[in-house]
Design a protein around this ligand. Structure first.
Ligand code: AMP
Ligand code: MG
Length: 519
């Protein structure tokens, strides 16, 4: 039988290879010349396991623990496992387009890495207490946002989208004070810790900070660590390798964002400190999903005015973020390397367009080419005329018959019945679609489309029901929902309610339509 997490010996790849902060001072401060600061999680009153992801346990080669005990003490930050040298990473970032200077792990503490069947993976506790990077905040996380992160990380994985994983959700037994709407009404809420798992949590911002300080030694050390550890296929570090690495990051980021958009995901806070150097979805905060299709949708109340991170802008914003990364890496590649970084950056729109067309091809069931832009554009504009559910309409497109009433299968996706003019517009589009699809084998097309268009998603209202239950003391629905989300492309008639349109009660409810960064 596998050992329990508290019996595993941790390694410290990051700490062993990169310069650390010599100070043990836990208070907020500027940290220079170091990629990380040593910091221990702050113990919590009563750690209790609320949810566990078995697949992630298997990646690490550890068994599911009981609700309380030594493994849960590790997951709550009350016990440091053997070999672990806990640290918080030092990074900076551009937030909403503005350079924010040093940010760092303000409430995430990495315990170290575990060598298991899933390779060597870092285990990080989010909400584990203050670090030198907590600035004015408390280093804690509330239960509602921790449930959102736990469920969505795993749901993303099962959707096939690259992501950091979530091993566990632990209640701390301590309240956290939050002002959810930033309106002066702070309240106590239950606190929690999520154990996140990934090969690395390094972000674009890890490179931007030393570059902004002209700390070339640290910049190079970090780049070499990431390249040799996570991109060994690119060869030994050097100017050529850095350029090839940057290209790979561009490709992965383009593919990631196209994948998000295809399943209707809006990250909400695509700051450069929230973009993974491995091309993983990272930092689930005020994210959301398209219910009714609105290309300008953003779930993040902090971003309502500018709409910087709205659904349709994610591909472009990733490009902007990659330009910040290129600028940070420039000192490593020399004068002749800089035009090469720029040339790669100029290729990004092509990477993104190809990734997006690839996703659309799966969703629509035919090979979408540049010439199909008008057909796709008309689909999007028709969807945007009246509230039409992004996921349901795409899912049902696979059921549209070659002839006859083509609109009928789609009607479930309409938030109000379409009027005659809208019906006519849809019928015209569906006729053009039928022509474009031609006589491809309908069953093969259906299977292909059903493997790309999810039947169920962790929509905000779906997760909110679980949050409400857990806040009232019943955490069983968390894993019950995860169980449904393990097979997002399979129809599960017993759970049809979860796969339906957003219910009316969720339209303006906090957590369902609008979310703030106050987590
Ligand atoms: P985010 O927008 O959540 O990615 O966070 C931006 C920065 O704020 C990061 O440096 C976080 O570590 C930090 N941060 C967010 N929430 C907290 C908190 N409750 N305590 C300490 N630091 C935080
Ligand atoms: Mg973040």
């Amino acid at each position: 039988m596998n050992p329990s997490l508290d019996q595993v010996r941790f390694g410290n790849r990051f700490v062993d290879t990169l310069p650390g902060d010599p100070s043990l001072d836990p208070w907020p401060r500027e940290v220079r010349g170091a990629a990380w600061s040593p910091v221990k999680p702050t113990p919590v009153r009563a750690p209790k396991l609320l949810a566990w992801a078995d697949e992630v346990g298997e990646l690490l080669g550890v068994v599911r623990p009981a609700a309380t005990g030594p493994a849960v003490d590790v997951l709550g930050g009350n016990r440091i496992p053997e070999g672990s040298r806990p640290f918080a990473a030092c990074y900076g970032g551009h937030q909403f387009g503005v350079w924010a200077g040093q940010l760092g792990d303000g409430r995430a503490i990495v315990l170290g890495d575990v060598q298991g069947p899933g390779g060597r993976l870092e285990v990080q506790l989010k909400g584990a207490g203050p670090t030198p990077y907590s600035r004015t905040a408390d280093g804690r996380a509330v239960l509602r946002s921790s449930i959102r992160e736990f469920i969505c990380s795993e749901a993303m994985f099962h959707l096939g989208v690259p992501t950091t994983r979530a091993l566990s959700l632990v209640a701390t037994g301590e309240p956290v004070v939050r002002d959810m709407f930033y309106d002066g009404n702070a309240e106590e809420e239950p606190g929690a810790v999520v154990a996140r798992v990934a090969p690395s949590f390094v972000r674009f911002g890890n490179f931007e900070l030393p570059a902004s300080r002209r700390d070339l030694d640290l910049l190079r050390a970090l780049a070499d660590h990431v390249v040799t550890t996570h991109f060994p296929e690119l060869g030994a570090p050097g100017a050529d390798t850095y350029v090839a690495w940057f290209e790979e990051v561009c490709r992965r980021t383009a593919a990631l964002v196209a994948h998000w958009m295809s399943v209707g995901f809006v990250h909400g806070v695509m700051n450069t400190d929230n973009l993974s150097i491995l091309g993983l979805t990272i930092d689930y905060g005020p994210y959301g999903w398209l219910d009714a299709f609105d290309p300008d949708f953003t779930p993040n109340t902090t971003d309502y005015r500018e709409g910087r991170y709205r659904w349709r802008q994610q591909g472009g914003v990733a490009h902007w973020n990659l330009a910040r990364l290129a600028r940070a890496l420039a000192p490593l590649v020399g004068d002749t390397g800089i035009p090469r970084l720029e040339a790669v950056l100029d290729e990004y729109p092509g990477f993104f367009a190809r990734a997006w067309r690839g996703r659309l091809s799966e969703k629509l069931g035919f090979a979408v080419a540049e010439g199909d832009d008008p057909l796709v554009g008309e689909l999007f504009s028709t969807m945007a005329v009246a509230e039409t559910d992004w996921s349901i309409v795409f899912r049902r497109l696979a059921d549209v018959p070659a002839a006859g009433d083509r609109l009928a299968p789609l009607l479930d996706g309409f938030y109000a019945p379409p009027d005659d003019a809208l019906k006519a517009r849809w019928s015209a589009w569906l006729a053009a679609y039928a022509v474009r699809v031609g006589n491809t084998d309908p069953e093969a097309r259906r299977a292909r489309m059903n493997a790309a268009n999810p039947w169920v998603l962790p929509r905000n209202w779906v997760v909110q029901e679980v949050i409400d239950a857990a806040t009232a003391g019943d955490s069983a629905p968390i894993e019950a929902l995860l169980q449904v989300l393990r097979r997002p492309f399979s129809e599960q008639p017993d759970h049809a309610r979860l796969a339906g349109r957003r219910p009316e009660w969720a339209r303006n409810k906090a957590g369902c339509s609008a979310l703030s960064c106050s987590s």
